[in-house]
Design a protein around this ligand. Structure first.
Ligand SMILES: Cc1cc2nc3c(=O)[nH]c(=O)nc-3n(C[C@H](O)[C@H](O)[C@H](O)COP(=O)(O)OP(=O)(O)OC[C@H]3O[C@@H](n4cnc5c(N)ncnc54)[C@H](O)[C@@H]3O)c2cc1C
Length: 309
């Protein structure tokens, strides 16, 4: 059931959604932000953001709260439900959610991305019992114990360094022979005495009954198998865009990222996509915010053109 009508609805309350909300509300559009989980999206799990221009260092959750407060001060409304599908009516968009439905003249999709799973035996069963996708959230539970981090990108190093504050030893398991993470993070990781690296290796099983007791490994070059005893395994092996609820509606690339033009517009009228959810995003807070500002300005112009008073 549709309960409320808006000018602009924004799906996803990460950095992109919060920035779109600020610009939409500040343009004096009636704007709704719809978030299924925690405001801030991926950044809410990030210990420190040190590359957002003008802010030398800030906790990700605090940055998201500040963005939300700023947007709310201009009248942005927020609903905590999941959007399960959207469809085009005669001139407006209808959003189905796990709660009430909403209608809007324009929609900005800022649904971002979610982490990939290893897909190995033991992972699902032991999730929350030592298998984690957020060291910032869970590393403190493993104080003084040995843990593993899977992956070699920015998130793996960022979260591995955070885990090293608590763990006696952090073993980074990476399927290649070098990291993909940025130079500064690499330098910090290599300089940290608690961090160890196992190269060219994949996890084939997470071991343990009630709790993680170790991981089974396979060397990707020699095929040699081994076991590493650890109390926790933190997984950071990439992400996939949250676009399942849009399949068949809007054109996407092979990786299910939404195709947009320079104004973040999809080929459907009044439908925009910004941030990690779109094709060719640089997947940063600053770029997601920039995309979203572009999309909000474009949506504002679209409403002026398509719904003259
Ligand atoms: C561990 C880690 C560390 C990082 N560190 C940095 C860093 O230091 N600097 C930097 O610039 N970038 C960093 N990044 C990347 C940065 O967090 C992302 O680029 C950014 O958060 C993308 O913003 P977004 O708004 O596009 O998407 P997201 O942050 O993914 O937010 C999307 C939001 O949409 C919501 N959502 C999804 N589907 C629905 C739905 N159907 N209905 C309602 N809500 C929905 C989600 O719950 C989520 O809150 C890091 C990422 C990770 C994982």
């Amino acid at each position: 059931m549709v309960t409320r009508e808006y000018d602009i609805a924004i799906i996803g309350g990460g950095p992109a959604g919060l920035a779109a909300g600020l610009y939409a509300a500040r343009a004096r559009r009636r704007a709704l932000l719809i978030e299924k989980g925690v405001l801030g999206g991926q950044i809410s799990l990030t210990e420190l953001v040190e590359n957002y221009p003008g802010i030398p260092s800030i906790n990700g959750f605090d940055l998201a709260q500040a963005m939300h407060k700023q947007a709310e001060s201009y009248g942005l409304e927020t609903e905590y439900v999941e959007v399960t599908g959207i469809e085009r009516g005669n001139t407006k968009w209808l959003m189905r959610t796990t709660g009430d439905g909403f209608r809007a003249k324009a929609v900005i999709i800022t649904a971002g991305a979610d982490y990939n799973r290893l897909g190995v035996p033991g992972e699902e069963r032991l999730t929350g019992r030592g298998v984690s996708y957020c060291a910032t959230c869970d590393a403190a539970f493993f104080k003084g114990q040995e843990v593993a981090v899977v992956g070699g990108g920015d998130a793996a190093m960022d979260e591995g360094l955070f885990a090293a504050r608590f763990a006696s030893k952090v073993t980074v398991i990476h399927r290649r022979d070098q990291l993909r993470a940025g130079r500064i993070l690499q330098e910090r990781a290599f300089a940290n005495p608690a961090m160890n690296f196992v190269w060219n290796t994949v996890v084939t099983e997470v071991l343990g009954d009630e709790q993680v007791s170790g991981v089974r490994l396979r060397n990707a070059i020699t095929g040699e198998e081994s076991t590493l005893p650890v109390a926790a395994v933190f997984v950071f092996i990439g992400q996939h865009p949250n676009t399942d609820f849009l399949k068949g509606l809007v054109p996407m690339d092979a990786g299910h990222h939404i195709l947009v033009d320079d104004w973040m517009a999809t080929e459907l009228p009044g439908l925009y996509a910004a941030g990690d959810v779109r094709q060719n995003s640089a997947r940063q807070v600053a770029t997601s915010v920039g995309d979203a500002v572009t999309a909000a300005i474009a949506a504002d112009h679209y409403i002026s053109d398509s719904f003259p008073d």
